[in-house]
Ligand binder design. Structure first.
Ligand SMILES: Cc1cc2nc3c(=O)[nH]c(=O)nc-3n(C[C@H](O)[C@H](O)[C@H](O)COP(=O)(O)O)c2cc1C
Length: 327
């Protein structure tokens, strides 16, 4: 997907900005599919922009480069991005921000956009729809995006989350292998990594609903535009692992930033030590916390339901409008 202007011809009623960054192409495939109904609607002018890091991140990732990206990702101290090159007086009725999660935070290019002057100007006072695609740990990243959007004064109307639906323990193997080898099905017998094809195809339902909402001025209100479409399915039992991981990333990330900038040899021994620590934690804390919660589920039910409802805001997991938009 390249920067392009759809329907710039005289007088679309509404103008929407689509911002996306992708490495494997997964997120732009989702964006392409989701915005189809908006592209086809002459009443809507759509501008699609790609975020471009000044120094590109490699794909597939060399092993230590991947690990070395964690401090700046987790601490949201991203590398610079090129300006989007949109005219300074450009203003949109709706912004759709597609992002992926890197180390429990928005990816560095997306963090850089959210923190940039240009991003702040484009998002301030605007209705914003976020679309996340990741392995399955997105709640901490969502907290940070939500907080930044509030800080900017954007109106966060909707959040859509697409994840890898394979069992967590399988994705803990298949996702890193995909990112390190470029192969989506790295282990015979395990499901392919990433968001399923069918889920990507079905993301067109959100575009249909956004088209109707824009044509009826509903983006000007405070209500979500994508409720009733199964936009989010939070897994509250992952929150314990996400919180523990996030705390550990912050602590170690600060230490690594102190040791040197990305790519310097001084980080290597610390990274190697952290890797051993991290793998041990993943192999112990994640399964133990999942097993413990499964055992305690009857007693934790109310707490887990509250966490689920809170992380599914604002769009919710309801399905009542599927019949109208999912066909
Ligand atoms: C450096 C890095 C860190 C990642 N960390 C997470 C994570 O913490 N949680 C998660 O669910 N997915 C994580 N992922 C997976 C991404 O969110 C995403 O699904 C994958 O990179 C493909 O995205 P893209 O091709 O659209 O860029 C990570 C990926 C990368 C490259």
């Amino acid at each position: 997907m390249s920067n392009e202007l759809h329907h710039a011809a005289p007088g679309p009623l509404k103008r929407a900005l689509v911002v996306v960054y992708t490495q494997t192409g997964q997120l732009s495939a989702i964006a392409d599919r989701l915005i189809e109904p908006l592209v086809e609607e002459p009443g809507i002018g759509l501008e699609v922009v790609q975020i471009r890091p000044r120094v590109d991140f490699p794909f597939p990732w060399p092993f230590f480069r991947f690990l070395d990206a964690f401090p700046e990702s987790a601490l949201m101290r991203p590398g610079e991005i090129a300006p989007l090159a949109l005219p300074a007086d450009e203003s949109y009725d709706l912004v759709i921000l597609f992002y992926q999660v890197w180390f429990l935070a928005p990816s560095q290019p997306v963090s850089a956009f959210l923190l940039s002057e240009e991003g702040t100007r484009l998002l301030r006072n605007k209705p914003v729809v976020t679309v996340v695609a990741c392995r399955n740990m997105w709640m901490m990243a969502h907290d940070r995006v939500r907080a930044r959007l509030a800080e900017i004064g954007a109106r966060h109307l909707d959040n859509v989350v697409l994840t890898d639906r394979a069992p967590t323990l399988a994705t803990l193997l298949t996702t890193p292998l995909w990112l390190l080898t470029g192969r989506r099905k790295p282990v015979p017998g395990l499901p392919p990594a990433g968001v399923a094809e069918g889920e990507i195809r079905r993301s067109i339902r959100f575009g249909r609903a956004l088209r109707d909402a824009l044509l009826n001025d509903r983006e000007q209100g405070a209500e979500p535009l994508l409720s009733g479409l199964g936009a989010v399915q939070a897994q509250p039992e992952l929150l314990v692992s996400e919180r523990a991981g996030s705390r550990s990333f912050h602590l170690w990330g600060t230490l690594l930033c102190w040791a040197g900038p990305p790519g310097t040899w001084q980080r290597l021994p610390l990274l190697a030590f952290y890797l051993v620590f991290l793998v041990t934690i993943i192999l112990t804390v994640v399964p133990v916390s999942l097993a413990l919660q499964a055992f305690l589920r009857p007693f934790l039910r109310r707490r887990l339901d509250a966490v689920k409802a809170s992380y599914e805001q604002p769009s919710g997991s309801g399905l009542e409008r599927l019949a109208h938009y999912d066909f």
